[in-house]
Every structure is written in structure tokens, then in C-alpha cells.
Design a protein around this ligand. Structure first.
Ligand code: ATP
Ligand code: MG
Length: 437
């Protein structure tokens, strides 16, 4: 293949052997969300650049360094969405879904795009499953979101491998006061800050708390802490959240340096982290963003949400060996036909079987071929049984039923008894199979 025909760096193909795990994750999540009364929303991948500049905020890494932005043929600046919240807020405002204080509990999934340095767990096209809730201001809903994700970890069998980190960012006034105190402190140690943090001191100083640089982290030990600046209402909100998590039996760690990368958060922020994935340890992150909707020109509307990284969760399921084996269930039946008349009759027969047994996995041989070659393909398909339809069988309106996974002999079955017979045989096979596991 010529060198130019390759996928873009950091943008992955998800190959057939990987898609079952993805589907598993997506359907587990969708079923869970249904059960809590959340509704799916589907949003465009492209938005006007201004949406993200205004929503996520200039001075954030995402907006300053990571967006895929280009002019379309009409000269409009468009951006491939780097996250889902801004687009979701735009959509609810555009369609009046939050008007009159209406509560919305929404979820979405799909690809996001960020120009980052690709590495394990960090890609340029990646996928998120996100949830956003509007018009519920209290800590009860913050708690519900966390309780819901905790249930997901249990359902996926990875609850032992993730821990919850929690912080409160307070009101915007509290954050502003804290920001001033932090900047004052760090200015005195300007020369000891890493280069990124020096730049952030003027653009987005709270992000310095998040720095991976060891010397900067050491400096931060004696820095003022955000919790000392919390306003009374935010403090009460945070206490309310903690009490609910405790009542639900959910353990957490308070991480006073948890600030989140995007500008719009206030009060509750949280992350679920794991030590199973190396440096890219956050699998789910979210928080409250009561100020975001007014930033878009809407009426004051409380909002809270989270997003989880699908690639990281799939990696975790793989690493911890938690992908259920039955996901890659092979075919049940492989139909071999010999001669044109049998091939035509076989097509009709296969459709009848599919109607009679809707969950049947039935492969019909394509490309004709000798007895030997069709049997080889039947075997490779993983099917429990091969069905054999040649001229003789056709004349007698029968098929040969040949077990492929044991030594039992082939039998002849009448067409009108075939679906009932397959139903019973497959049930026997699968129950014998699950007992032997
Ligand atoms: P990080 O600190 O890892 O860069 P973030 O704070 O930028 O994460 P968010 O914007 O909160 O991440 O996105 C929510 C989740 O989406 C993350 O916790 C992570 O699981 C996932 N995620 C974010 N960026 C990427 C990426 N480039 N590749 C894969 N997953 C990602
Ligand atoms: Mg990031």
C-alpha cells in the first residue's frame, strides 16, 4: 500500500475483533442510563469555532492548542468538537429544552477530536460517553451521577480498579479570590515554575495545580488551598454531596488540587481514576457548570455532567480480562449447498430459518466450492452444525445436519422439522458448553 494511504496519527481504526467490547460497553451504559430515566441526544460533530472558544474558554489547553479548526468553503471557521458539553448546551438552548426550568437528563456518545500527543490512552480522535443534566441545582443530582457511574463499574466488573476523587471549586467569586491568592504566592517563586506553569500564571493559573512537573508540585505544597476560600453555599453543597455518597456507600478521596481542564466548572468536580493504565489514569471526569448557559446567552440554568473515555475503559476491560467471552460468540449454523438448484433452495430455506429463529446465527456459504472447501469454511466459522443441501437432499426435501464440534454422526432432517430441531440441538449445545466452562 502506498505510504500516503494511512490513517491519520492518533486516529484509530476499531477493528472487528475490538468492536464487540465497544458494543458491550455502549449497550451496558445505554441500558443503565435508560433505567435512571436519561434520554439520548445526538449532536453534530462539527460546530462553529466560536462555540468552543466561548464555552470552554480561551486560555485552556483544549482551545489554545488542541482544536482541529478550519475554514469551510464559505469562509466560516468550524471546529471538530473536542468535547460534548458545549454542543449539548447549544442544542438545548436552540430547541428551548430548558425553558421554564424544565429538567433535562441527557446522554450522548461519539467521537471527539483533540490535537494531542498520541500515546496509550490518549488519541487525536477518541470517544466519549457523556451525560448532562439541566435545571437541578442541588447536590442530590451530583450524587446520582456518581452513584450511577459506580453502578456501571460494578456491572463491568472493574469497581475494584477505580477510585473516586472529589473537590469543590466554589463559586466564581470564591475562585477569583483564590486565584489572586495563588497568583500572589506563585509570583514569588516564578523562577522555580516550569515553563507551562509560567505561561498559565497569566492565562489560567488554576491549571497550575494540575501540573505534572515535580518541582512545581513541590512548590504547591505550601500554596494557599482552594478549600479555604470556599463560599458558604458551596461548602454546604459539598457537604450535601459527601453525605449522600456516604449514605450510598461510595468511597471517595478529597483531592484539593483537582481543578479539571475546562473553564466552565464550579462547585462539584470529580474524577474516577485507575492505576491500571499508566499515565492516562482518568476514565471518567465531570462536574457542575452552573455558569455555562449564561455564557451562551441563556437564562441562568444549573448544569452538571460528566464524560468517560471509551478507549480507556476498553483498555481497562482488556487489561483486567473483563470482556465476556460470549461477546465473540461464533456462528450457530453454516449452510453448505452443492449445485445451482440446491443453492437456490438453500437461500429460501435459510430465510425461513431466520424467520422462525430470530436469534439464530446462520452463515450461508457464498462462492460455491467443493465439499472439502465448504466444510473448511464451515469449520472456520465456529458453527456448531453444518447443514448440507445437495441434489439428493433437495429431491427428498431434507438436509444433512452435521455436528462440527463432536464426533456424532450426520443425520437427515425434513425441512418442515428443521427449525424445531435446530432450536433443540442448539440449546443442548450451548448448555453443554456453558457447563464445561
Ligand atoms: P486528561 O487530563 O487525561 O487530558 P481531560 O481533563 O482533558 O483529560 P476531559 O475533557 O474531562 O479530559 O474528558 C473526559 C474523559 O475523556 C477523560 O477523563 C478521558 O477518559 C477521556 N479523554 C480525554 N482526552 C482524551 C484523549 N485525547 N484520548 C483518549 N481519551 C481522552
Ligand atoms: Mg486533556
Amino acid at each position: 500500500m502506498s505510504k500516503s494511504l494511512q490513517a491519520i496519527r492518533g486516529m484509530n481504526d476499531i477493528l472487528p475483533e475490538q468492536t464487540p467490547a465497544w458494543r458491550y460497553l455502549e449497550t451496558t451504559f445505554a441500558t443503565l442510563l435508560d433505567g435512571y430515566g436519561y434520554k439520548e441526544i445526538r449532536l453534530p460533530i462539527l460546530e462553529f469555532t466560536e462555540l468552543f472558544a466561548r464555552g470552554i474558554g480561551e486560555g485552556t489547553d483544549v482551545v489554545d492548542k488542541e482544536m482541529y479548526t478550519f475554514l469551510d468553503r464559505n469562509g466560516e471557521s468550524l471546529t471538530l468538537r473536542p468535547e460534548g458539553t458545549a454542543g449539548c448546551v447549544r442544542a438545548v438552548l436552540e430547541h428551548g429544552l430548558t425553558g421554564g426550568g424544565q429538567v433535562q437528563k441527557l446522554w450522548y456518545t461519539g467521537p471527539m477530536f483533540r490535537y494531542e500527543k498520541p500515546q496509550k490512552g490518549r488519541y487525536r480522535q477518541f470517544h466519549q460517553i457523556g451525560v448532562e443534566v439541566f435545571n437541578l441545582p442541588g447536590p442530590d443530582i451530583d450524587a446520582e451521577l456518581i452513584i450511577m457511574t459506580a453502578r456501571l463499574w460494578r456491572q463491568l466488573g472493574i469497581d475494584d480498579a477505580v477510585t473516586l476523587q472529589l473537590n469543590s471549586l466554589g463559586s466564581s467569586e470564591a475562585r477569583a479570590a483564590y486565584r489572586d491568592a495563588l497568583v500572589d504566592y506563585l509570583k514569588q517563586h516564578f523562577d522555580q515554575l516550569d515553563e507551562d506553569s509560567q505561561r498559565r500564571l497569566t492565562t489560567n493559573p488554576l491549571r497550575i495545580l494540575d501540573s505534572k512537573n515535580a518541582q512545581t508540585q513541590a512548590l504547591l505544597t505550601d500554596a494557599p488551598t482552594l478549600s479555604d476560600y470556599l463560599d458558604e453555599e458551596s461548602r454546604a453543597h459539598f457537604e450535601g454531596l459527601k453525605a449522600r455518597l456516604e449514605a450510598a456507600g461510595i468511597e471517595y478521596t478529597i483531592n484539593p488540587k483537582l481543578v479539571r481542564g475546562l473553564d466552565y466548572y464550579g462547585r462539584t468536580v470529580f474524577e474516577w481514576v485507575t492505576d491500571k493504565l499508566g499515565a492516562q489514569g482518568t476514565v471518567c471526569a465531570g462536574g457542575r457548570y452552573d455558569g455555562l448557559i449564561t455564557q451562551f446567552g441563556g437564562k441562568p440554568t444549573p448544569g452538571v455532567g460528566f464524560a468517560m473515555g471509551v478507549e480507556r475503559l476498553v483498555l481497562m476491560l482488556e487489561t483486567l480480562n473483563k470482556i465476556p467471552a460470549e461477546l465473540s460468540r461464533p456462528m450457530d449454523i453454516y449452510l453448505c449447498t452443492f449445485g445451482e438448484a440446491a443453492e437456490l433452495a438453500g437461500l429460501a430455506l435459510a430465510e425461513q430459518l431466520r424467520t422462525a429463529l430470530p436469534s439464530l446465527r446462520l452463515a450461508v456459504n457464498a462462492g460455491s466450492g467443493s465439499f472439502k472447501s465448504q466444510f473448511k469454511k464451515a469449520d472456520k466459522s465456529g458453527a456448531w452444525f453444518a447443514l448440507i443441501l445437495g441434489e439428493d437432499e433437495l429431491a427428498q426435501r431434507q438436509v444433512g445436519l452435521k455436528p462440527l464440534r463432536n464426533d456424532s454422526a450426520q443425520e437427515m432432517v425434513d425441512w418442515d422439522q428443521l427449525s424445531a430441531r435446530l432450536h433443540d440441538s442448539l440449546q443442548q449445545q450451548t448448555s453443554a458448553h456453558s457447563e464445561s466452562e
